[in-house]
Design a protein around this ligand. Structure first.
Ligand code: MCN
Ligand code: CUM
Length: 794
């Protein structure tokens, strides 16, 4: 175990830590100068532009499409409809959940904003103008936008494209032990039940989705620059769907302006740009605008949860059960490991010690855009954490017990790890109470409660909300986890050049997380090569090893391990080469950062740079050692890593207006050793802002006809610095026992953990009005309604 050592990390000549530590992000040099290279920056000679005609209806039959006027517009090169795609066998494509999704609608449209036709033109303005000239004969059908009505006998059947489908049911799935859980509830002294909605929200990355496709008619090679978090998986899916030879497909994911899970699925626009290029023989660029992104690409959540908790009168939790109605929209397009149709939701047992738990999830189609797994959710651990952390607060209210005391009484203890949860997860390591105490100390918890009591006496409404979360991140292992049959293991290649500079090639793809920096730091930590001498190459299937990509905070747990192991492989090879150069046995050598030296004679040694030159030079290499200094690994993780944390939020609520002010936010995260603490803090800052956004303002609402009411940033509110306090961050460090450097993922922790803290704080503030629960978003209007005893609007 090379956990974060106490010894100071040596600095390179450029002042960077040769290993773990704070260092400015290498990629910021280009980002801060506006010199990033995003998909929309790609310009190719003769490039054409695509635009998508979208459905104004949530549900309508298509009786005909007249494209003649659009085709006649000067500058228009092609108008592609579902009928055209049908002749190519491409009207429908598989989703990442083994469902099918229309690329361009043929029979019906099933959500507002669905793709109906694709225009290719000389400019993006001509393409958009041409959309206006397409005449679609729609026959509106009744729509079902409310998941609770989707299984009604008279609900319109959305997926009548599927043979024999007579309802909107997608699947039922369960986890845990129903009998034991029911028995625990039957015998419990206290039972609390609450209907808890995690509303539909949208990841809304800064860069919207898009692609540039170039099918070279002479070579037959397809190059696709695209906004994807999983270039290799996408390439394989294109090969399978379009029947294109996989070696002729190059997926390039250049700089990405945020992904947040929005860029895991394959969207019809990507496929249309490919078809557009095949049809015209030219490169075709398609970039959606903000409204298209908000209305049609992968949303997040939409989980209707009935959560029950059983406990003793003293507050010892005995069982939890959750009934979920999952709204998947019109196509089941969620991206998650095949075995887990509800993602990792069954981690809802949380951070507490109790024997019985059960959940069942029923998923339905509605006339809404597809999605569900996105927005830093760790495969629906957001929903799980929100469910358990809200119901624990409801239990505390019922027991009239302090919510911190209730949590401390039930947290898993350090000696219980590795701990198997009642739903089957094996948590790798943790010291939960320590983390909670650090957070409470930082917050001054007892003083805060005293202040709250004083304020209440004066008629002021201050609230304190706690959330203690455990995540499981780093999917595989491959035998348990695959997406469309592709096992979740990741490759990593490392080449050390003759001069001792290196290139490391990853299968994961950064969308802003700073991989070009942190993966260089991992290699630096193992080999002693300064991070500025290590180039990180990612996001190009022709130049990187196969792997499943970046989501579920899996890059550090999976590819981070691969990078450490590939560097160790190079180090082992370097030892053999150093032994040859020093004319000693490999066993006589000892490693110190950046150098093998002879035991007992530290002056005699070879630096990694010298060894690199030897490996490419004239030195006679020992039997069995190939020349050059490089290595490859494929890392198949033995388990997930389980980061966790304790968040405390302090709010002031104005009961007259319902306005919530987040006054303080304390976040103590434990993600094991931090490769770059500055980047980790940045990840946490972003996720905390997400939490404030979701808890207080973000919502994709629909009317009864399925009209999307939040297609712009005028309606879909995002948090800004104005709504965010100065974050107060703390840390504890509990390494993962199975990860080569002990690191756990952190990229989604704060988004997963923070909404419950904010909501718990608001409900705590307004609890004197008899409020026990109110659904997000807690906008001023909704807080006011809750205080008045009226239902909130979601
Ligand atoms: N890190 C570290 N020490 C650790 C853990 C992580 O220094 N112990 C660093 C990593 O090296 C990496 C970053 O923190 O640079 C995030 O690492 P990790 O937790 O492995 O997550 P991923 O790199 O796999 O990123 C995915 C995650 C997801 S799934 C979403 S969604 C999300 C998130 O990252 N999307 C983001 N954070 C985002 N941040 C930005 N800027 N943009 C997005 O789209
Ligand atoms: Cu669930 S969003 Mo991230 O896993 O890309």
């Amino acid at each position: 175990m090379t956990a974060l050592e106490d010894a100071p990390v040596p600095l390179s000549a450029a002042g960077n830590p040769i290993g773990f530590g704070r260092m400015h992000r290498k990629e910021d040099v280009r980002f801060l100068r506006g010199e990033g290279n995003y998909v929309d920056d790609v310009q190719l000679p003769g490039m054409l532009y695509g635009a998508i005609l979208r459905s104004p209806y949530a549900h309508a039959r298509i009786n005909g499409i007249d494209t003649s006027a659009a085709e006649a517009l000067p500058g228009v090169k092609a108008v592609i409809t579902g009928a055209v795609l049908e002749t190519l066998g491409l009207a429908w494509m598989p989703t990442l959940s083994y469902d099918t999704q229309a690329v361009l609608a043929t029979d019906k449209v099933r959500f507002q904003g669905q793709e109906v036709a694709f225009v290719v033109a000389e400019s993006k303005y001509i393409a958009r103008d041409a959309l206006e000239l397409i005449d679609v004969d729609y026959e509106p059908l009744p729509a079902v936008a409310d998941a609770k009505k989707a299984l009604d006998a008279d609900a319109p059947v959305i997926r009548d494209d599927k043979e024999g489908k007579t309802d909107n049911h997608i699947y039922d799935w369960e986890a845990g032990n129903k009998e034991e859980t029911d028995a625990a509830f039957a015998n419990a002294e206290v039972v609390v039940t609450e209907d808890i909605l995690y509303p539909r929200v949208h990841p809304a990355p800064m860069e919207t989705c898009g692609s540039v496709a170039h099918m070279d008619p002479t070579t037959g090679k397809l190059k696709l620059w695209t906004t994807t978090q999983a270039p290799h998986a996408h390439r394989t899916v294109y090969a399978l769907v379009a029947g294109l030879p996989e070696q002729n497909i190059q997926v390039i994911s250049p700089d990405i302006g945020g992904g947040f899970g929005n860029k895991v699925p394959i969207y019809p626009g990507y496929v249309c740009s490919i078809v557009g290029s095949i049809v015209t023989g030219k490169p075709v660029k398609w970039m959606e605008d903000r409204a298209e992104n908000l209305m049609s690409t992968g949303f997040a959540r939409d989980y209707h949860m009935k959560v029950s908790i059983a406990s003793t009168r003293e507050g010892k939790i005995q069982a939890v059960k959750v009934d979920v109605l999952a709204d998947h929209g019109a196509f089941n397009g969620v991206a998650q490991p095949t075995k887990y149709p509800a993602g990792f939701f069954h981690i809802f047992t949380g951070s507490y010690d109790y024997p019985a738990a059960y959940c069942n999830v029923t998923a339905v189609y509605t006339n809404k855009a597809p999605g569900g797994v996105a927005y830093a959710c760790s495969f629906r651990i957001t929903e799980a954490v929100y469910a358990i952390e809200r119901i624990v607060d409801c239990l505390a209210a019922e027991l009239k017990m302090d919510s911190a005391e209730l949590r401390l009484k039930n947290l898993l203890r350090p000696e219980q790890f590795p701990y198997t949860t009642p739903t089957g997860w094996e948590y790798d390591s943790g010291d939960y109470e320590k983390t909670m105490r650090v957070a409470m100390d930082m917050a001054g918890y007892d003083q805060l409660r005293a202040e709250q009591a004083e304020k209440r006496a004066r008629g002021e409404y201050m609230g304190i909300g706690i959330s203690f979360f455990t995540e499981g991140v780093g999917a595989g292992p491959r035998k348990h986890m695959d997406i469309l049959g592709l096992g979740m293991a990741d490759g990593c290649d490392l080449r050390v050049h003759p001069t001792g500079k290196a290139q490391v090639r990853l299968s994961v793809q950064s969308q802003g997380q700073g991989h070009e920096t942190t993966f260089a730091q991992i290699v630096a930590h193992e080999l002693g090569i300064p991070p500025e001498d290590i180039e990180v190459i990612h996001g190009d299937t022709d130049n990187t090893p196969f792997g499943l990509g970046t989501y579920g905070s899996r890059s550090t747990p999976v590819s981070g391990a691969a990078a450490a192991l590939v560097a160790r492989k190079v180090r082992d090879k370097a030892r053999l080469i150093a032994a040859a150069a020093l004319e000693c046995a490999p066993d006589d050598l000892e490693w110190e950062l950046g150098r093998w030296y002879v035991k007992g004679d530290p002056e005699r040694g070879r630096t990694i740079q010298e060894i690199a030159m030897d490996a490419h030079g004239a030195l006679e290499l020992p039997e069995g050692v190939e020349g050059h200094l490089d290595a490859q690994v494929v890392y198949n993780p033995p388990n997930l890593t389980y980061p966790y944390g304790c968040y405390i939020c302090v709010v002031d609520v104005d009961p007259g207006t319902g306005q919530v002010k987040v006054r303080r936010f304390i976040a103590v995260d434990d993600c094991g050793p931090r490769i770059n603490p500055m980047i980790v803090e940045g990840q946490v800052h972003g996720g905390l802002a997400d939490g404030i956004g979701m808890a207080l303002m973000e919502l994709i609402a629909f009317d009864d006809d399925g009209n999307n009411l939040g297609g712009s940033f005028m309606d879909y509110l995002l948090p800004t610095a104005m709504e965010c306090p100065d974050w107060e961050l703390g840390e504890t460090v509990t390494p993962s026992p199975h990860h080569p450097i002990g690191a756990k993922g952190v990229g989604e922790s704060a988004t997963v953990g923070s909404p419950a803290a904010v909501v718990n704080a608001v409900i705590d503030a307004i609890s004197p009005f008899g409020v026990r629960h109110a659904d997000m978003p807690l906008t001023p209007a909704n807080v006011w309604r809750a205080i008045q005893g009226s239902p909130v609007r979601t």
